[in-house]
Design a protein around this ligand. Structure first.
Ligand code: COA
Length: 174
């Protein structure tokens, strides 16, 4: 199977928060941001597998800081690990205040996309090669996150989640 470097899927997407994107507090609505994050993740997945792909799941998404009306939404997405037919994509979001010239973290999340063949069935994806320390860090944690999300989706037995169990046993021993 073909291999691809993590950086080949790097995707940057910018949006401007307009009045129609905001809630009654004048901040970007969470749902709108999730929509944009899903698009950025989908583009990164597409760059990695060069095939149509579908969102299978999104891991816990919590909002650190709201993004204000008139600010720029800066979204970066990159495939963090590829499995058989699925890919985990790490998405990070910042707000950017152009008037006062500063950028602030908004949130981050892991998306899982599944590549599909012309019949809409899952198809194999290239392996991923992480290179930078950050790419290696998220790559190394991906097996545990995959096991947790598959257990929560009822698609894996907790007993089979070896990497996840090792994390808890290591925590107990220390
Ligand atoms: C995602 C989907 C294609 C998976 O199909 P499926 O018949 O469950 O296929 P499988 O059980 O063979 O799983 C295929 C891959 O999806 C992964 N997967 C399935 N459910 C998952 C979940 N809830 N979270 C993470 N990964 C999941 C499996 O781990 C597997 O990955 P692998 O091949 O790398 O090991 C199917 O569930 C689906 O079409 N869901 C709806 C997607 C959708 O409508 N998205 C929103 C609009 S884009």
């Amino acid at each position: 199977m073909e291999e691809k470097r993590a950086r080949e899927s790097h995707t940057i997407m910018n949006e401007l928060v307009l009045p129609n994107d905001t809630n009654t507090f004048g901040n970007l609505m969470g749902g709108r941001l999730m929509y944009w994050m899903d698009i950025a993740a989908g583009m990164a997945a597409g760059k990695h597998c060069n095939a149509p792909s579908m969102t299978a799941s999104v891991d816990n998404l919590s909002f650190k800081n709201p993004i204000k009306l008139g600010n720029i939404v800066h979204i970066e997405a990159k495939v963090s690990r590829a499995f058989n037919t699925s890919m985990e994509i790490f998405v990070k979001v910042w707000g950017e205040d152009l008037l006062h010239q500063y950028r602030y973290e908004s949130n981050e999340a892991y998306f899982t996309f599944v590549a599909l063949d012309p019949n809409g069935k899952p198809r194999p994806v290239p392996h991923l090669i992480p290179e930078t320390p950050e790419e290696i860090r998220v790559y190394d944690g991906a097996l545990r996150r995959r096991q947790l999300r598959l257990i929560l989706a009822g698609k894996m037995k907790p007993d089979d989640a070896n990497e996840l169990k090792a994390l808890f046993f290591a925590a107990e021993e220390s």
